[in-house]
Ligand binder design. Structure first.
Ligand SMILES: Nc1ncnc2c1ncn2[C@@H]1O[C@H](COP(=O)(O)OP(=O)(O)OP(=O)(O)O)[C@@H](O)[C@H]1O
Length: 309
């Protein structure tokens, strides 16, 4: 395991920010920490990188205790905070040069050029960062984190505030890092689709407590063995609607008729749809998403605050 979090507690005055989550992050995985506002994600990350201390519990990174070996942990972990500011008059390259010097990197010039290339900023490298868009500033932040090739990257809400193109570019970047390096990447987000797209495993936090964790596929399965068959009606929508009555729970949207049934019945349903070819323009089978797992985890909390999901 690259990261082990054991029964971590943290309060700020009366506010309980973390209430005993325990989970592990496998080496080389892209791991999502998911939670609504105030769930404790940023607090957990601050403890993880040694910027703050837990009141109780233990966090280990690569077998090192963050409390007692903080300096060595910080050498292993590249942290992109939720809000990172750069001196506005410096160029991107100068910002990276300062970071490279602080870390004592020997091959600064080459490494900076490589990282600018990875994040897609070589053309803007010699412009003042005051003229950078949000997305460019986030990518520069990521470049600064990548400089020393840390085995662990901790990215706090890396796409917050980016426009859709910026989000897509950042996702491609994280996917590339996941593919081309052995780094363990830990990302926090409250955007489910983002975690679902990028991550292998996830921990779901709510009010500082761990509600669920594990491989995304396992969580999806745990949601229940239900699948949804989404049909696009041909010309006679009413006839299709009548034909599918009783095959599953029916939901209509302006474009589709959606049938949700037990996975075991899905084959029969699809076969029956095949017999109704004249009424159906096309269909797809949709697996339950992480969204359902997320809401299940949160509902478990509302049903019984004492029961851990
Ligand atoms: N320095 C602090 N002083 C007082 N309360 C704090 C402090 N830092 C965090 N908190 C509180 O601890 C709780 C957890 O906050 P945290 O920032 O970790 O959540 P988060 O999941 O990162 O939220 P968001 O998605 O909104 O960034 C919140 O109730 C927050 O108000």
């Amino acid at each position: 395991m690259q990261i082990t979090i054991t029964d971590v507690h943290k309060r700020y005055g009366d506010v309980v920010a973390l209430d005993g989550p325990s989970f592990e992050v496998p080496s080389g995985s892209t791991f999502g920490v998911l939670g609504t506002n105030g769930a404790g994600k940023t607090t957990l990350f601050k403890l993880l990188v040694g910027h703050d201390s837990p009141d109780a519990g233990r966090i280990e990174v690569g077998g090192l205790d963050v409390e007692t070996a903080g300096h060595r942990v910080r050498e292993r972990v590249g942290f992109l905070p939720e809000h990172s500011g750069f001196p506005p008059s410096m160029t991107g390259r100068e910002v990276l040069d300062v970071h490279a010097r602080i870390r004592g990197l020997a091959d600064r010039r080459e490494r900076i050029a490589e990282c600018l290339d990875v994040v897609g900023l070589p053309d803007a490298a010699d412009r003042a960062v005051s003229g950078y868009s949000n997305g460019m500033a986030r990518r520069l932040g990521l470049a600064s984190v990548l400089l020393s090739r840390p085995p662990v990257l901790v990215l706090d809400e890396p796409t917050a505030g980016l426009d859709p193109r910026g989000v897509a570019a950042f996702h491609r970047l994280i996917e590339r890092i996941g593919r081309e390096t052995d780094a363990t990447v830990v990302i926090s987000s409250h955007v489910l689709s983002e975690i679902e797209r990028l991550c292998d495993e996830v921990a779901i936090l709510q009010d500082g407590r761990l509600r669920n964790n594990g491989p995304i596929d396992d969580l999806r399965r745990a949601v229940g063995d239900r699948v949804t068959v989404v049909c696009r009606p041909a010309d006679d929508r009413a006839a299709l609607l009548e034909a599918v009555q009783g095959w599953g729970d029916v939901t209509e949207t302006s474009e589709t008729i959606e049938l949700t049934c037990d996975r075991g019945d899905a084959f029969d349903l699809v076969a029956a749809l095949g017999d109704q070819r004249a009424l159906v323009d096309g269909f797809e089978v949709r697996e339950p998403g992480l969204e359902a797992a997320f809401h299940d985890a949160l509902e478990a909390e509302n049903d019984d605050p004492e029961v851990s999901a």
